[in-house]
Design a protein around this ligand. Structure first.
Ligand code: AKG
Length: 270
């Protein structure tokens, strides 16, 4: 099954840096993803980055490159309508899978996802890069809907990566060319913040440079399972900047290379 993205949504993506698309992921695919998520929670792959919240309530399960460990994620990333949706939005002829990532906030996990933008964490240069974030559950303001600073992908600003757990500065090399993250919450009025609530099967699509964050899951009963798949387009090339997530690098690549390889497979080409 294919999914045709309206031109108005494509325009809104390029203008605002983030959109919501409704009814994109079928119940069958949601079932595949739901099973793969439970398998990953039982036996996480090597890039697990979850944590127990400071107040002892809830649990955050984060993990990346899960498609390399679980057949359901692999099929979804490569064979579902997602790569073609990415191509329609980015434009161009080629789509590579950069990687995928889980963001599971169990009921009562009050930890927010800090404001950040993604591309500083990623070993690639280029404008054509986006995330499709799939809602497995109803995702509301109370349960941790994502928020985006409208148009921030056009700032072309690279903010220093931080970990999402307790010790923000740990784990990432400092890049002197990156800026310190701005404190959006300290002055929310100054920024044009947009957010969308999602039903299961709806998705966010947002650019790699869009500043975004999310609240905790304050529901005591409902999970907030988000599954993010990152795709690149024609203009993407490999780049080993300082501060990039070490788990996303590839030792066989040098700066300027096309991404195509087993780790970043070419999924579509026309
Ligand atoms: O789901 C979340 O809480 C954060 C998602 C996110 O930051 C991302 O997909 O880049």
């Amino acid at each position: 099954m294919s999914f045709s993205v309206d031109q108005a949504d494509i325009d809104a993506f390029h203008e605002n840096g983030a959109i919501a698309l409704r009814g994109v992921v079928s119940d069958d695919w949601l079932d595949v993803l739901g099973k793969a998520i439970e398998a990953d929670i039982r036996a996480p792959g090597p890039f697990y980055h979850g944590y127990e919240p400071e107040d002892g309530k809830g649990r955050f399960h984060g993990n990346l490159r899960t498609w390399e460990c679980h057949e359901g994620f692999r099929r979804f990333c490569l064979e579902s309508p997602m790569p073609d949706i990415a191509r329609q939005i980015m434009g161009g002829d080629r789509v590579n899978l950069l990687y995928d990532q889980l963001f599971i906030k169990e009921p009562g996990t009050t930890n927010p996802t800090r404001w950040h933008n993604d591309q500083p964490y990623w070993p690639m240069d280029g404008y054509q890069v986006l995330t499709i974030w799939i809602a497995l559950d109803k995702t509301t303001t109370q349960s941790g809907a994502l928020e985006f600073v409208r148009g921030s992908h056009k700032w072309n600003r690279f903010f220093q990566p931080e970990t999402f757990g307790k010790n923000a500065a740990a784990g990432y090399e400092q890049n002197p060319d990156y800026e310190s993250m701005i404190d959006v919450d300290a002055d929310r009025e100054q920024y044009d913040i947009i957010s969308f609530e999602l039903e299961p099967g709806d998705v966010y699509v947002f650019h790699g440079l869009t500043v975004h964050g999310a609240g905790g899951n304050f529901s005591q009963t409902d999970r907030r399972r988000g599954y993010a798949v990152r795709y690149t387009g024609d203009d993407a090339t490999y780049s080993t900047r300082l501060g990039v997530n070490a788990g996303l690098r590839n030792a066989t690549k040098v700066d300027g290379d096309r991404l195509d390889c087993t780790q970043y497979p070419l999924v579509l080409s026309r």
